[in-house]
Design a protein around this ligand. Structure first.
Ligand code: SF4
Length: 355
């Protein structure tokens, strides 16, 4: 029987995921269904299913979208040719790429233009990796962080850059970075690591949890890179750790002799599911929040969406005086509502864990 749950702070939705979920919610509220989304908006089955119920169709090829339909591109970032194709096909195109992924795309383009060979530390086949590598495929070599550099050999060891997927396990990435820096003393890397703030904060929190808990449950989906990294970080720090999509995925046998259970969530997992998992664990002495840092990051809605909504808002105001002219409306108040509230609007209930 579990006595106590340690709940990680921070956990769950990051600023990029908040922005992407709210942006797609605006799209389904603005346009008649279906709204098309290239790739899963974020890698979480419950979120994807909630949007499907609300009329979103997720596609893996832009050709699958009918001409002149509204299209959103996912938070993971898309290849330049996908953006170009979608822009030709869509009546309205909104790119919900996280600004921190866009930063890595810029780095890749800049270093490739300067003639550098680029080591990209990431996972083959992940949407973010595919989109980033497509910026300069001839210059990039993909290195899996768990396998390391191996016999990597650049054309010119004086001109090597190293960039990475934003959601890797810090300890795995660090190993590749140190090896590369030793082999190529003039190695170029971003001044601030490509691993995003949300990744590093959630990993630090789960590390603290793993040291105190008998078992760590990480809420998130199988294809979520940062969720998988949290499981590995918990495991190397001494914790027995499992990923769960929701409460139904908990094996009761895991809780035997687990007096203290740590609970956290990947950056794309809704808090509704976190609380449903805690309910299922049913700690007899309640929940202790373990705060390692606070986060205040906020990413505004994509510019194209803001422009579209502002135009619609102006049109509605002109016709019906929906708000007092000059006063802030819902668009200006975007900071005041959360992605979890957006999902509640779409009727994502904790009682609806993924099948
Ligand atoms: S995990 Fe990091 S890079 Fe990915 S969406 Fe969130 S903030 Fe952006």
């Amino acid at each position: 029987m579990t006595r106590k749950v340690l709940l990680a702070e921070p956990r769950g939705f990051c600023a990029g995921v908040e922005m992407a979920i709210k942006a797609l919610t605006w799209m389904v509220q603005t346009f008649e269904a279906p709204v098309y989304c290239y790739h899963e908006i974020v890698h979480n089955q419950a979120v994807v299913r909630a949007f499907e119920k609300a009329g979103v169709v997720f596609v893996d090829e832009i050709d699958q979208v009918p001409l002149d339909a509204p299209i959103m591109l996912s938070a993971h970032g898309s290849a330049p040719e996908v953006v170009a194709k979608a822009s030709n096909r869509a009546a309205v195109l909104v790119d919900a790429v996280c600004p921190l992924v866009t930063k890595v795309h810029h780095e890749v383009r800049r270093m490739a233009d300067q003639g550098f060979d680029i080591i990209y530390v990431g996972h083959e086949g992940h949407d973010e990796a595919i989109g980033t590598i497509a910026e300069a495929p001839a210059a990039i070599t993909l290195v899996n962080p768990e396998h390391g550099l191996g016999d990597y050999a650049p054309h010119n060891s004086e001109q090597v850059a190293l960039v990475s997927q934003t959601t890797l396990g810090l300890f795995e990435f660090q190993g590749v970075l140190e090896d590369a820096a030793e082999r190529f003393p003039s190695l170029w890397t971003a001044r601030k690591s490509d691993l995003c703030y949300a990744t590093t904060n959630r990993q630090e929190a789960v590390r603290v949890l793993a040291e105190r808990a008998d078992l760590v449950l990480v809420v998130g989906s199988d294809n979520s890179s940062n969720t998988q990294a949290l499981v590995r970080v918990a495991a190397v720090n001494g914790g027995r750790a499992y990923r769960v999509d929701g409460p139904d995925a908990i094996d009761p046998g895991w809780l035997t002799n687990a007096e203290v259970v740590g609970v956290t969530a990947g950056a794309s997992a809704p808090d509704q599911l976190v609380f449903a998992v805690i309910d299922a664990v049913a700690p007899t002495e309640g929940v202790e929040r373990v705060q390692v840092t606070t986060e205040g990051e906020y990413f505004p809605l994509p510019r194209d969406l803001r422009k579209l909504l502002a135009a619609l808002q102006a049109a509605v105001e002109g016709g019906y005086s929906a708000r007092n002219p000059g006063q802030p409306g819902e668009l200006e108040n975007d900071r005041e509502w959360t992605a979890n509230e957006a999902l509640e609007l779409l009727a994502l209930s904790p009682q609806q864990p993924p099948e």
